[in-house]
Ligand binder design. Structure first.
Ligand SMILES: *[C@@H]1O[C@H](CO)[C@@H](O)[C@H](O)[C@H]1NC(C)=O
Ligand SMILES: *[C@@H]1O[C@H](CO)[C@@H](O)[C@H](O)[C@H]1NC(C)=O
Length: 402
């Protein structure tokens, strides 16, 4: 049993190393053309265009595309308004937070960060978030609610919940042990396009040995991210997790997750999971490589890159970055780790912003007492993208014991 699920994840690993990425992608596209259900109900959804009665896809758990389109139908995305100015943090018991986390949460809550009352900070119990999310899901996409309920381990639920919460409510999600350094009003905003998704590069190991140390050549963090409510990228991610849970239910229930979570890569990322940053990373690539949509790379800025900024991916392929190590990428795959590796400034693809490694790590030489950069005094060079840092104060065992 256990080997089976490991095999699945090995497949994902290849996916991100992009050797079979396109095959999987084509498979998904094929499935979608295969599932035009003639018996679709025509009840109206919450879509603003209530006058049209288009055919809605039936609930069908064994089809990824159906789950994704049901999320899209029932939670229509509005790209014209900005990301909701919510900061969301939650923990099993907010009255007994792990040592040191209270102080970090206070920074998020401080006037210096929330200035002008633009942002609203929420600190809630996992139970409250579960209830908030469930109320919405049961009504519109019960299959997602069922998937959440099937998850047998608190860590899996805790991770899935954050995607669901931000999908439904929008805003910034932050683990309770994240130390904010740059007030949100100073975070990068593109002049070309409104930003609806912010992801940070959590790991980017540019070394021939990457595979012996990391699950992914490059991964995005799920400890701190920001997204507009109902964004199709989160719909894709949630659909994928829901699909895996329903189709691999027996395997998932048979795993001893406490044991499984002890097997981690150099980044403390479990080698097997269905909710973690690896799957978030895979789905981001899946989303931006979608053959049906044209996603435009607006800029990438790389250390030692002679033509920093405003260059497109076609040029990128022909330029000489001989010092990038990692798996082969098929020629026809537009985006891969190569699009973001070694970046020293935000990279934007349509409304998605990928923040460089420093954004969630700092330089590593900050002193213990560093304070929120209230006046934005660090506003030049790579260092100005240092936004926050994980203090690693919440080992999963604490979550389990609570
Ligand atoms: C559903 O739509 C079909 C046409 O697509 C129509 O004939 C039928 O009456 C509709 N049913 C309901 C319940 O509105
Ligand atoms: C979150 O906590 C605050 C403060 O306790 C409370 O007012 C709010 O209703 C809670 N939110 C949810 C969704 O339960």
């Amino acid at each position: 049993m256990r080997t089976t699920i490991q095999d699945i994840f090995r497949t994902y690993k290849y996916f991100i190393s992009a050797t079979v990425g396109l095959i999987i992608l084509l498979n998904i596209v094929f499935q979608s053309s295969n599932e035009l259900d003639p018996a679709s109900l025509n009840k109206t959804t919450r879509s603003k265009s209530t006058t049209t009665t288009t055919q809605k896809p039936h609930q069908y758990l064994r089809n990824l595309q159906t789950i994704e389109s049901r999320l899209g139908e029932n939670f229509p995305y509005d790209p014209t308004t900005e990301i909701e100015k919510n900061i969301w943090q939650f923990w099993s018991d907010v009255k007994s937070l792990p040592n040191g986390c209270g102080k970090l949460i206070d920074i998020f809550k401080s006037d210096d960060n929330l200035k002008d009352g633009e942002w609203t900070h929420h600190l809630n119990s996992t139970e409250e978030i579960l209830e908030l999310v469930s109320t919405e899901l049961i009504q519109y996409v019960p299959e997602v609610q069922e998937a959440l309920a099937i998850l047998p381990h608190p860590r899996l639920r805790y991770e899935f919940l954050r995607y669901l919460l931000i999908f439904i409510k929008g805003g910034l999600y932050a683990d309770i042990d994240i130390k904010l350094f740059k007030p949100l009003r100073y975070w990068y905003e593109s002049r070309y396009e409104s930003n609806q998704v912010y992801l940070m590069i959590e790991s980017d190991y540019n070394d021939l040995q990457w595979e012996s140390l990391y699950n992914r050549r490059l991964a995005f963090s799920n400890s701190l991210f920001m997204c507009k409510s109902n964004h199709p990228f989160l719909a894709k991610l949630i659909a994928k997790i829901t699909y895996i849970i329903h189709t691999k239910k027996e395997h998932i229930l048979s795993i001893n997750w406490d044991e499984q979570f002890k097997i981690v890569d150099a980044n403390n990322e479990p080698t097997v999971s269905i909710t973690s940053q690896s799957i978030l990373t895979d789905m981001l690539f899946d989303y931006i490589n979608d053959a049906n949509k044209e996603h435009i790379l607006i800029s990438v800025s790389r250390e030692g890159d002679p033509e920093t900024n405003v260059k497109n991916i076609e040029n990128h392929e022909s330029s000489e970055f001989s010092s990038i190590y990692g798996p082969e990428v098929p020629e026809n795959l537009k985006y891969s780790y190569k699009s973001f590796t070694l970046s020293v400034a935000p990279t934007q693809i349509d409304d998605i912003v990928i923040l460089p490694y420093i954004s969630i790590h700092g330089m590593g030489d900050e002193d213990e007492d560093e304070q929120l950069d209230v006046e934005n005094s660090i506003n030049e060079g790579y260092k100005k993208y240092y936004y926050a840092k994980s203090m690693h104060l919440t080992p999963w065992t604490l979550l389990v014991n609570n």
